[in-house]
Write a protein that binds this ligand. Structure first.
Ligand code: ATP
Ligand code: MG
Length: 408
């Protein structure tokens, strides 16, 4: 793609994480291209191209299974907080900046120096306007320009700082650290849908545990999940539980297994939901499962004003929380039917996590692990059932009864 742009007479650079990660010997997650071609010109060059974005107009080009983002150079916003071309809200957050520019203008609107390196396909050189190569070598995360202003323009950069520091094992520049501590409240000004996107990047990229520690260190986690944060402060066991879950998530990512935000949200919600559920039960008569489900529903609602979690995640999350009391029961048909529940796996994983943090009886946890490997007959025995439930073979069920009679 770089070559095609270049051959058509445009400038074409690889930029951002692709250059940074390659310099660090890491495998880049995705590739971003910067060019002086306008989005319409990019579209004319590539068949499989879509123009997207409101705040930034970008070309997305499908390349095999990947989507490569092609951005036209944009004019700098340096010193232009009140510039008429760039739209800000009353707190200085950029709402729209679609003013095209040149590469030496474009560089100033990038966030960190390590993200502002341009690899030129014309001669394979790296263009470094901001000392980014040096900062990569020294493993420093430095904001371009005045940190306060850059964080005001886009408070999500605070989360990006933490995410990159965790992923790259970089130290956040002291001036940036100071500015984060000063400006973190501005995150409440960011659209919750964008924070959900950022939440996914922070917690599903394989560095969730370190990211979490840094978010807590800078008191940013509170800005995203206030009630979870409060529960973490009051309850060491919940802190251990959360850390274990994050470490497990990172291991799964490293092993290229699938991860779902639903599970991690269930973890974040567990302690605050358990607490509100108890309160609900002290006021009204309802089952533990009902109270957990209702408490999770209410917390999801309150959470939407910070990080808006799509319903396709909150619905199953509520289910796996409300299923937890069912693991306390190990006798009878209803207990055995839990194994067939479509959320059994996730609910079981949550229960196992609880048992590793003294929140559930390990012996009972082992029972639930064992029964999964048993055949129908063995299961009936485990759940103290005289008869195999409907759906299992009659012959097996009879055989089971006969044997028991013989033994007696
Ligand atoms: P990764 O893809 O590994 O998460 P990245 O650095 O490529 O890291 P992207 O979100 O893909 O990050 O963005 C690509 C580039 O666009 C960044 O390197 C940076 O130069 C610029 N950029 C992205 N988001 C912002 C932002 N909020 N403020 C300023 N520049 C940004
Ligand atoms: Mg990228």
């Amino acid at each position: 793609m770089l070559y095609r742009l270049h051959k058509s007479g445009f400038q074409a650079f690889l930029v951002g994480g692709g250059v940074r990660d390659a310099l660090l010997g890491l495998h880049p997650k995705d590739f971003d291209i910067a060019t002086d071609a306008h989005p319409e010109e990019v579209r004319a060059l590539f068949g499989n191209c879509r123009l997207i974005g409101r705040r930034f107009r970008l070309a997305h080009i499908r390349f095999g299974r990947e989507i490569i983002e092609v951005a036209t150079f944009r004019a700098a916003t340096e010193g232009t907080e009140n510039n008429g071309d760039v739209e800000h809200d009353h707190k200085g957050r950029i709402l729209r900046d679609n003013v095209y520019g040149t590469i030496d203008e474009d560089v100033w609107r990038r966030d960190f120096t390590c993200n502002a390196l341009y690899y030129n396909i014309a001669d394979f050189s790296i263009w470094d306007y901001v000392g980014g190569v040096d900062d990569v070598k020294r493993r420093r995360l430095v904001l371009i320009g005045d940190p306060d202003r850059r964080l005001r323009e886009d408070p999500v950069r605070m989360l990006r700082a933490v995410r990159f520091a965790a992923k790259l094992d970089f130290k956040i520049d002291l001036a940036v650290q100071k500015s984060i501590r000063k400006n973190r409240e501005l995150l409440s000004n960011v659209p919750p849908a964008r924070l959900f996107d950022e939440f996914l990047k922070m917690f599903q990229a394989g560095f969730a545990e370190t990211t979490f520690e840094l978010l807590r260190e800078f008191d940013l986690f509170r800005m995203l999940f206030p009630e979870t944060d409060r529960a973490l402060n009051d309850d060491d066991a919940f802190l251990r539980f959360t850390r274990t879950a994050l470490a497990n998530t990172d291991q799964r990512v490293a092993a290229e297994k699938s991860v779902t935000p639903m599970f991690l949200l269930g973890v974040f919600f567990w302690a605050p939901v358990k607490r509100s559920a108890e309160e609900l039960r002290s006021r009204e008569k309802m089952s533990v499962a009902q109270s957990l489900s209702l408490a999770a529903y209410e917390l999801s609602g309150r959470q939407q004003s910070r990080v808006s979690i799509p319903r396709r995640f909150t619905t199953p999350m509520r289910e796996i929380l409300a299923m937890q009391p069912r693991f306390d029961v190990r006798r009878g048909k209803r207990a055995m039917n839990l194994l067939e529940h479509r959320r059994f796996r996730a609910a079981y994983d949550l229960m196992m996590l609880r048992s590793s943090c003294e929140d559930f009886d390990p012996e009972l946890a082992a029972f639930w692990t064992d029964v999964q490997n048993q055949n129908a007959e063995e299961r009936c025995k485990s759940f103290d059932l005289q008869q195999a439930p409907r759906g299992t073979s009659r012959r097996k069920a009879r055989g089971h009864r006969r044997r028991r009679t013989k033994q007696q």
